[in-house]
Design a protein around this ligand. Structure first.
Ligand code: GLN
Length: 485
């Protein structure tokens, strides 16, 4: 019984609660037990908040007892990536420099989730300050992929992906700057989505690269992801970049017929990828054809420049955003130093890990006078071209279907000595980030050579067209996308 409770979707939870087959408290307890059982080997969580989750569960149970109408996410056990603020508990960004930092307020997304009845179980592991693609850059040890513990769960939101995959949470929040929700969703065989830039408030998300950062959901079904997204989306006066665009009832629109949609397939995304992944994605595209969609070959000519462009812009913004960790305002301060300048130096030297330092140096370099025009300014221009490619493509197609990652989940340690290899594997996710369009990753079968390893398929849509994106993803999932392989 307990195990079954950890496998429920949001709809299943609602059914069980309203039929009084289970209580919200039992649901939370079942998840705490599952964490106890699985997390020693997976290490998806950095911190737990059982009191917070149980207090919320008891409130929900009281509402049920009083016969009140339940909010949409009542009793849903939820994990939150540790770059998102949760009042009164640690928010470390998996960095030693924030080891002793306690968040003074809740992120808007967290507040909205709790107002909708969700129970926050704890904070998940990630790459330090969300910089990475494997969760190995965490200052507190890596997360393991629950599908094969010798492999990475992807990153940077690897803890959130792994928690949902291993039934240690029903849904989770992650952050996505260049793929950090979509790629771990793909590696962990779950659904993960980044909305349009500005769709979800970033208030309470620790900044990495502000022009690219998003908060978004993980779930085991497209419907769960739609339900979380519509809860956290919408204008927030605390984030001036949050968009004042109405939020549709995405979940209610999921079952609309997708026949007649035009699916674009850009040829640039099908060279240099693992051929087995290519085969699965091709099968996925064939499935869209069977669903009555029109498949159209398109071109996104600036795709090749996206990695260079992304790694200039995100490091430039990171070098500026991370200047605030000076040993005075937040968290850690080096215990030994000689004067103020040395205090800054020692604090940052001991507090930051190697990847974060690499990015601060790279970002400072591309912004420095003499190099600004050659790198940063050029990258901004290229970003416009990448975005324009998409705008032009969406004149002709409704959605675009591509792989999420060119490679399957790799072994822990395999790419640690070669950061460039790790960067290059972000090629299919950073494009949508640069363009600010929404993207989702859905499971698309398993690798033929190792059926434990999942393949993820990405779908993009035009700005603020989350409804169509989710409809396409849902139609794919329903028609057997999960069992291909
Ligand atoms: N892997 C990418 C990077 O390291 C994306 C990270 C993210 O989306 N937070 O920058």
């Amino acid at each position: 019984m307990l195990v079954e409770l950890t496998q429920l979707t949001i709809t299943g939870i609602r059914d069980s609660l309203t039929r009084k087959q289970t209580s919200a408290e039992e649901l939370v307890q079942a998840h705490l037990a599952q964490i106890e059982m699985r997390d020693a080997e997976v290490h998806a969580y950095l911190w737990h908040s059982p009191e917070r989750a149980l207090a919320q569960a008891r409130r929900i149970d009281q509402m049920i007892a009083a016969g009140e109408e339940l909010p949409p996410l009542a009793g849903v056990p939820t994990a939150v990536k540790d770059v998102i603020l949760t009042k009164g508990s640690p928010t470390t960004c998996a960095s030693r420099i924030l080891e002793n930092y306690t968040a003074p307020y809740d992120a808007t997304a967290v507040k909205r989730l709790e107002a909708a009845g969700a129970c926050i179980l704890g904070k998940t592991n990630c790459d330090e300050f969300a910089m990475g693609s494997s969760t190995e850059n965490s200052g507190f040890g890596p997360t393991h992929n629950p599908l094969d513990l010798t492999r990475v769960p992807g990153g940077s939101s690897g803890g959130s992906g792994a928690a949902v995959a291993a039934n240690m949470a029903t849904v989770a929040l992650g952050s996505d700057t260049g793929g950090s929700i979509r790629q771990p969703a793909s590696f962990c065989n779950v659904v993960g989505m980044m909305g349009t830039y500005g769709r979800v408030s970033r208030y309470g998300l620790v900044a990495f690269a502000s022009s690219l950062d998003h908060i978004g959901p993980f779930g085991r079904s497209v419907r769960d992801v739609a339900l979380v997204l519509q809860t956290i989306a919408g204008r927030d006066p605390m984030d001036s970049t949050s968009a004042d665009v109405p939020v549709a009832d995405y979940a209610a629109a999921l079952d609309r017929d997708v026949s007649g949609l035009t699916v674009g397939v850009p040829k640039e995304y099908f060279t240099g990828l693992n051929p087995e992944i290519g085969d699965n994605i091709q099968k996925g595209i064939d499935l869209f054809a069977k669903l009555g969609c029109k498949i159209e070959s398109i071109t996104l000519p600036h795709t090749d420049y996206a990695i260079g462009c992304y790694y200039i812009i995100c490091t430039a913004e990171a070098s500026s955003n991370l200047a605030r960790y000076d040993g005075v305002r937040y968290g850690f301060r080096s215990p030994e130093y000689d004067g103020l300048r040395d205090m800054y130096r020692q604090t940052r030297d001991h507090g930051f890990g190697a990847e974060v330092k690499r990015r601060i140096m790279l970002g400072t370099y591309v912004l420095s006078s003499g190099y600004y025009d050659a790198y940063y300014l050029k990258a901004q221009k290229v970003r416009t071209l990448v975005a324009r490619d998409f705008v032009e493509a969406f004149d002709e197609v409704d959605v675009i279907v591509v792989p999420t990652s060119p490679i399957p989940p790799f072994k822990l340690g395999e790419k640690l000595d070669d950061p460039l290899q790790m960067y290059l594997a972000d090629i299919y996710t950073v494009t949508a980030s640069l363009a600010g369009i929404p993207g989702i990753s859905v499971p698309c079968g398993k690798m033929k050579s190792d059926p434990r390893l999942p393949v993820g398929m990405q779908i993009f849509a035009k700005h603020f067209d989350e409804t169509v994106l989710l409809q396409a993803a849902h139609a794919f999932e329903k028609s057997g996308g999960f069992d291909m392989g």
